[in-house]
Design a protein around this ligand. Structure first.
Ligand code: COA
Length: 399
């Protein structure tokens, strides 16, 4: 209950203050407000919330992340969380907004007001050149606020969210700073790069696989004639670090960086630490020789919406462009759709990575749009192409 005699904690706050909400940094009293201050749909104790929040705050600064709690001005009650990822080498701001889910009628209003406070602050004060935020397709109020603030549809991941018993699209909107748009030329709304799904992809998953005479590597999760996916082992890490040092190409990503086998081993050891996991990677193994030729991953897994990002790396140039990536991807998709029950996957590709885009298209992914100026590098403002694929499309193409 609000006490009319008690001034709001926001009294005197000079920015990030709206008609009904204000945004502030996390504090101790938030530990007992897990529903508002965690993005997870699951309940959490105050002790767990404290552990998570303290760990996250220690990492946020290094990772160029900002975490803000939205509170009602009337009674200082936390009602939401804004999570902002600022680009490592470029002033882009990726914003994710969470509102306490109850009362249902408040959720959209809270998100809309958070966006009205954040978008001008990020652009005009913190110098963001690009602001990106996502909503469910039925969140009319925040989407209208985004439109009024000049954020345009960038890409859509179809049916990625589960809300009130219905599947909804996840809509990503983006605003490019008008001064920079004038200087660099307006690339237009990213959604213009979206296309309908391919009815008959060129390289669908086979419905049945021929029996293989090649040995099955121990610990196999899923296998095709030539390849198997299995968890990484410690012994793989030295080889992988050496392989990364011998990479002749650098244009498909931000640039090559030597990896330590010690760091890689720590990364591999953490696999399976949490269940269900938010992400995982597995090794792609050539069955004939047992050699690890790459890795593939599910990232940002949403176990309620049953969506995830897919990622893949084939380590050596001689193994690329020969179909191994597509064969391994179908193993990952078979595992994701048939065993884990995912509904949709999406993938993101640096704009100049034509080979990766070509591979996704032939596997059946659909162009979902584009995110502009998300990084800078090699004299260019780098954009990303987005793709999505529904489980039912993957299954239908198989037939
Ligand atoms: C992207 C990657 C995983 C794809 O795996 P792959 O085994 O090379 O893929 P595939 O051979 O199944 O398909 C690649 C397709 O791209 C085509 N291709 C190759 N270079 C291309 C180019 N510059 N432009 C357009 N298409 C190209 C290939 O010819 C092939 O098509 P085809 O079957 O019609 O001949 C792999 O190349 C890789 O790991 N690359 C380096 C890391 C990377 O980019 N990871 C992805 C980050 S999003």
């Amino acid at each position: 209950m609000s006490d009319p005699a008690k001034p709001s904690a926001s009294a005197g706050q000079t920015y990030l203050l709206g008609p009904q909400l204000y945004l502030r940094a996390p504090q101790e009293s938030d530990f007992a407000r897990s529903v508002a201050v965690r993005r997870s749909p699951f309940p959490a104790s105050a002790r767990q919330t404290e552990t998570e929040l303290r760990e996250a705050l220690a990492m946020d600064e290094r990772a160029r992340r900002i975490r803000l709690i939205a509170c009602r001005t009337s009674d200082d009650e936390p009602v939401g969380l804004a999570h902002i990822d600022e680009g490592e080498n470029w002033p882009a701001a990726l914003v994710s907004l969470h509102a306490a889910p109850w009362p249902r009628s408040e959720e959209q209003r809270v998100k809309a007001e958070m966006l009205r406070l954040l978008a001008p602050w990020l652009m005009e004060e913190r110098g963001a050149i690009s602001v990106v935020v996502d909503f469910a397709s039925d969140e009319a109020e925040p989407l209208a606020a985004a439109d009024a603030l000049g954020l345009r549809p960038a890409y859509i991941v179809r049916e990625a969210l589960w809300r009130d018993g219905v599947r909804r699209d996840q809509v990503f909107v983006q605003r490019l700073h008008p001064v920079w748009r004038e200087k660099l030329g307006d690339p237009g709304a990213g959604i213009a790069a979206a296309a309908p799904p391919t009815a008959a992809p060129r390289a669908p998953a086979p419905l049945r696989r021929a029996a293989s005479s090649a040995p099955l590597p121990p610990n196999t999760l899923v296998a095709s004639e030539r390849l198997a996916l299995r968890p990484f082992a410690h012994r793989d890490m030295e080889t992988i670090a050496q392989t990364f040092l011998r990479e002749p190409e650098y244009r498909h990503e931000a640039g090559r960086t030597p990896s330590s086998p010690l760091a890689l081993a720590q990364w591999a050891d953490r696999m399976g630490e949490r269940e269900p996991p938010e992400s995982f990677s597995v090794a792609i193994v050539l069955r004939e020789s047992g050699v690890v030729i790459g890795d593939c991953s599910l990232l940002a897994i949403d176990w309620v919406g049953r969506s995830a990002e897919t990622g893949m790396w084939i380590y050596r140039p001689e193994h690329r462009s020969g179909g191994y990536g597509t064969e391994a991807k179908h193993l990952l998709l078979e595992y994701s759709f048939q065993r884990l029950g995912l509904h949709v996957v999406w993938s993101w590709v640096a704009e100049e990575n034509d080979r990766s885009a070509a591979a996704l298209l032939k596997q059946g992914y659909r162009p979902a749009g584009r995110l502009d100026w998300i990084e800078v590098g090699r004299g260019k403002f780098r954009s990303a192409r987005l793709f999505d694929l529904l489980a039912e499309e993957w299954r239908a193409a198989r037939r």
